[in-house]
Design a protein around this ligand. Structure first.
Ligand SMILES: Nc1nc2c(ncn2[C@@H]2O[C@H](COP(=O)(O)OP(=O)(O)O)[C@@H](O)[C@H]2O)c(=O)[nH]1
Ligand SMILES: [Mg+2]
Length: 294
């Protein structure tokens, strides 16, 4: 008989390698927010995948990073460390054909005492298969990985093989989560995340890094959800940029976020968003705690 296996798979690596995209692809559903910028992911997020003989709890994490050395980013790196430490299997996510100092620094922080797979993501961008082989050999020299698996989170290529490899490395045991539980986070969390995703996608330059989102109230009124949220910005000068001319930018941000929320929650959402200035929020321990960066 095929044994049941279950466990936690930590998705770790430097920022921007596609960990959150991979989580969504593995689950076949958009849970984690994705943007072309580093440090989009600020929280640990578990997504649970059930199959006939296996349950995998994938934990998406902020990438290990060395830029922006403030209190917020120290907390992010701590989170990234937890994702690796608490995992039964570590999926170390790289971009195919790139292994640089940031990847090496991220790898150095992953404990060597557990199964680890190197996931070479974004192979859809690799033109010739012949360039992949020397890269695989190079990655193999960096650590004794249990397996090295090229995938594309964007197209789904080779993701079934990754699942097969991960399953083989998980311990035998009963499921950790009830079968109907997709994630460890609640709708309030996803509401804030989806808003933050829009900031990362729509605001230019460094501005998204100095913004944060707080859901002030979340209530259900029949099948309708009412959500009030605040966008915190660091400086008075940021406020008109987030608002846009005649409030057009804020309207775009909240409309896009609302549509995603309606898709994820499966019902109508009434969303109201305010922009407020909070100088130095990324150094404010109390506010960081309220925002969930304990
Ligand atoms: N071409 C390509 N782009 C990808 C792939 N996976 C992720 N990306 C892009 O890489 C960027 C960072 O992705 P994200 O999942 O946020 O990375 P994270 O910081 O590691 O969580 C985004 O612009 C994604 O659309 C992939 O398989 N192929
Ligand atoms: Mg991410």
């Amino acid at each position: 008989m095929t044994p049941f296996r279950s466990g936690i798979v930590g998705l770790v690596g430097r920022p921007n390698t596609g960990k959150s995209s991979l989580l969504n692809r593995l689950l076949g559903q958009k849970l984690a927010i994705v943007s072309p910028r580093a440090q989009t992911t600020r929280h640990l997020l578990t997504g649970v995948l059930n199959s006939a003989h296996c349950q995998m709890a994938f934990v998406d994490s902020p990438g290990f990073q060395t830029r922006h050395r403030n209190l917020l980013n120290r907390s992010l790196n701590r989170r990234a460390g937890e994702a690796a430490r608490d995992a039964d299997v570590v999926a170390f996510v790289l971009e195919a054909l790139q292994f640089d100092a940031a990847d090496r620094a991220a790898l150095a922080r992953v404990p060597a005492d557990r199964p680890m797979v190197a996931v070479l993501n974004k192979v859809d961008r690799v033109r010739s298969a012949s360039s992949l082989l020397p890269f695989v050999a190079r990655v193999a020299r960096e650590r004794a990985f249990d397996a090295i698996v090229p995938v594309s989170a964007a197209t789904g290529r080779n993701v079934p093989e990754l699942l097969r490899v991960l399953r083989s490395l998980l311990p035998e045991g009963p499921p950790l989560y009830p079968a109907e539980q997709l994630t460890d986070r609640d709708e309030r969390f996803f509401a804030a995340e989806l808003l933050r995703e829009k900031l990362f996608r729509m605001l230019a330059d460094e501005l998204p890094y100095s913004c944060e989102v707080m859901v002030d109230s979340f209530s259900e009124d029949g099948r309708m959800r009412r959500i009030d949220a605040t966008l915190w910005v660091e400086r008075e000068a940021h406020k008109p940029i987030v608002l846009g001319s005649g409030g057009a930018m804020l309207k775009r941000i909240s409309t896009e976020a609302r549509k995603d929320m309606e898709r994820l929650f499966g019902g109508k959402v009434f969303l109201q968003v305010w922009v407020k200035v909070k100088r130095g929020w990324s150094e404010d321990e109390r506010l960081l705690r309220q925002l969930g960066y304990a």
